[in-house]
Design a protein around this ligand. Structure first.
Ligand SMILES: [Zn+2]
Length: 445
């Protein structure tokens, strides 16, 4: 194939590609987000044809579906194999599929390298150190108390070298971890490491390699606080699976979330706790994101669903007289606009003048909640703090009220998804849910 360098335009916001530049991305409608990339094989990118392969037609009658997906035809190793980390397996579906390419994204310092180091510590694999030295990884492996013999380290940031090693070792490795894609570059491609062009080209090479060799590749991608996720966003289109590793840096809790998955569900989460010996998986029963065991002013408890698993969370609110022209509204762990809306509903329906107050709301454990089932608990916590009184709960957990429900603009409490499952969870912990149909009823409790 003749190599032609041609330009394509990639949207830094959504990752879609275009052949022509325009001021606005026609996919996500963001302005000035298209960036030009000189690509060597842009035409080839979505083609299934691998380099060095003859084009052929396959008759379906002659194709054998693998009867036992645990082993491939040569019996080399399993087609789907376990990570030997329960939470990880659950998030991925059953485990890792041969040739699967997984983008492992998250903020720097959140523990991506730690978890992937632990993964290799369990099942063995090749660690491509593009950022660190082998010595630094050895230190981490020792600190985590893992078996050094499970690790093969390749110190490089050149994608061609990774290709060469995977080719040469021919299926010795079940998994390869590339840490991180922002540091990897392709000698044939233009641009500095970390640029869109380099990230795209390198990822393309890795995907091609995984499909050809059957090795599963984890690609670590940093997401920065400023929301500059241009790299990872574009990568999402290219890989089989996208995992996000989240949590507050100072908090101990980490959530592994799946955003896209060609081979499994996309609504499961894994929960881990960052400890001295690395990340420890946490069972459902153990997940209690409640900071204060004692009832407190400004505190409510709720149950949010993360995939099929209920999580008990504590919502804390602080409402204080404002001395600025525009009162402060700070929400951590819940969406800003949703928070604003809940403050407005509380002000109107509960007749409390929040326009004179600063309102701070936080979710314990540092997790981000998108489940609207937490609405009622947010309003309850705000009301409790404003009134400076404890809302009395029911059951054994007297004091901290368990509030679950989505709140409408008029203050009506709507039933949430998997309500029975949530109620079972709190019953099992000896607590009782408060039955409230309209947030106006909070005035009476
Ligand atoms: Zn776009």
């Amino acid at each position: 194939m003749k190599k032609v360098s041609e330009s394509i335009f990639v949207c830094a916001n959504c990752g879609n590609e275009f052949s022509k530049w325009s001021g606005q991305c026609s996919a996500c409608h963001e302005w000035n987000s298209l960036k030009e990339i000189k690509s060597l094989k842009s035409k080839n990118l979505n083609s299934k044809k691998r380099r060095g392969q003859e084009t052929e037609i396959k008759n379906l009658g002659k194709i054998q579906s693998t009867p036992n997906p645990s082993f491939d035809k040569e019996g080399r190793y399993q087609n789907i194999f376990s990570t030997e980390i329960k939470e990880f397996d659950r998030v991925l579906g059953k485990g890792i599929v041969r040739g699967q390419v997984i983008l492992f994204a998250g903020e720097p310092g959140i523990g991506k390298s730690t978890l992937l180091t632990q993964l290799i510590g369990k099942i063995g694999g090749l660690y491509v150190a593009a950022e660190e030295t082998a010595e630094q990884i050895a230190l981490r492996v020792e600190r985590l108390g893992l078996d050094k013999n499970k690790f093969d380290i390749l110190e490089t940031n050149v994608v061609e070298e990774i290709e060469e090693i995977i080719e040469r070792t021919n299926n010795v490795f079940k998994i390869v971890v590339v840490d991180s894609i922002q540091m990897v570059s392709c000698a044939e491609s233009s641009g500095t490491p970390g640029s869109l062009a380099q990230i795209r080209e390198s990822t393309f090479r890795l995907v091609e390699m995984a499909k050809k060799s059957g090795v599963a590749i984890f690609i670590v991608g940093h997401v920065t606080k400023e929301g500059d996720i241009a790299g990872p966003k574009m990568l999402e289109h290219m890989v089989d699976t996208v995992l996000y590793f989240e949590g507050e840096k100072d908090g101990e809790l980490r959530i592994l979330r799946v955003n896209k998955n060609r081979f499994g569900p996309t609504d499961e989460v894994g929960v881990f706790k960052m400890e001295e010996k690395g990340l420890r998986e946490i069972s459902s029963e153990e997940v209690s994101l409640i900071d204060s065991k004692m009832p407190q002013i400004g505190s409510t408890i709720s149950v949010v669903m993360e995939g099929s698993r209920p999580l008990l969370v504590e919502i804390q609110a602080l409402v204080t007289e404002s001395f600025s022209q525009i009162p402060k509204r700070i929400f951590s762990g819940i969406d800003y606009n949703r928070g604003q809306l809940l403050v407005a509903v509380a002000q109107k329906v509960l007749s409390i003048p929040l326009y004179k107050e600063d309102v701070f709301v936080a979710v314990s454990g540092g997790i981000k909640i998108s489940d609207p089932g937490v609405d009622l608990a947010v309003i309850g916590a705000i009301y409790s703090s404003y009134k400076d009184k404890i809302i009395m709960g029911e059951g054994d957990h007297k004091g901290s009220p368990v509030l679950i429900g989505e709140v409408s603009l008029l203050g009506k409490v709507r039933k949430v998804r998997m309500a029975e499952r949530r109620e079972r969870e709190i019953k099992s912990l000896g607590m009782e849910m408060m039955k409230i149909e309209n947030i106006g009823e909070l005035k009476k409790v």
